[in-house]
Design a protein around this ligand. Structure first.
Ligand code: FES
Length: 190
């Protein structure tokens, strides 16, 4: 006998009036799950369709790098998301490059996360890959965690100077958005 049968004092299918309503409820839950599933699948498909030119214009942001002092970081809003732009020191770059991949939770080289010839600039989406909080580390007074990148106050995840997760519960590195250098001092995000 199932746990459900114990709880209700009858077995499923014995003609109890509650059985019909339970079946209906289960059907509703299944239908709702299917709907959510379709919704979740639909987003990347819609996102990848060619948007109109006015939407395209809104979907990219030009950002002037000169005001970002060495060692500091700023937040740029792109498509409603915080994007961290960090001007890394030589020491921070070296620290990020010298890590062996087997020490990483989500292995990725530093070189794969920056643009060649512009490795003093790190650009990442500032959303913790655990449950979506915005990590601290851009303000001079913010904690940056043990690896000098960002610290997520929600559950204690820490990221290094390449935006790679070094201490969980976050499972993945901070994502790198699509971007490129328009000139040596300007990037286009999106
Ligand atoms: S949301 Fe960042 S650690 Fe949980």
């Amino acid at each position: 006998m199932s746990a459900t049968a114990h709880a209700t004092g009858h077995t499923p299918g014995d003609g109890h009036p509650e059985d019909g309503s339970k079946r209906d409820f289960l059907k509703m839950v299944t239908a709702a799950s299917a709907f959510i599933g379709v919704g979740a699948l639909a987003w990347p498909l819609i996102d990848s369709m060619n948007p109109s030119s006015d939407v395209l214009a809104l979907s990219s942001v030009d950002f002037e790098l000169a005001p970002v002092a060495l060692g500091s970081a700023v937040t740029v809003v792109w498509r409603g998301k915080p994007v961290f732009v960090r001007h890394r020191t030589a020491e921070e770059i070296k620290g990020a490059e010298d890590v062996s991949l087997n020490q990483l939770i989500d292995p990725a080289t530093d070189a794969s996360r920056v643009k060649s010839g512009h490795d003093q600039w790190l650009v990442v989406i500032g959303i913790c890959t655990h449950l979506g909080c915005v990590p601290l580390g851009n303000k001079p007074t913010d904690p940056r965690g043990e690896w000098g990148g960002w610290f997520c106050p929600c559950h204690g995840s820490q990221y290094d100077t390449s935006g790679r997760v070094r201490h969980g519960p976050a499972p993945l590195n901070l994502a790198v958005p699509p971007y490129g250098f328009v000139s040596d001092s300007k990037i286009k995000i999106g």
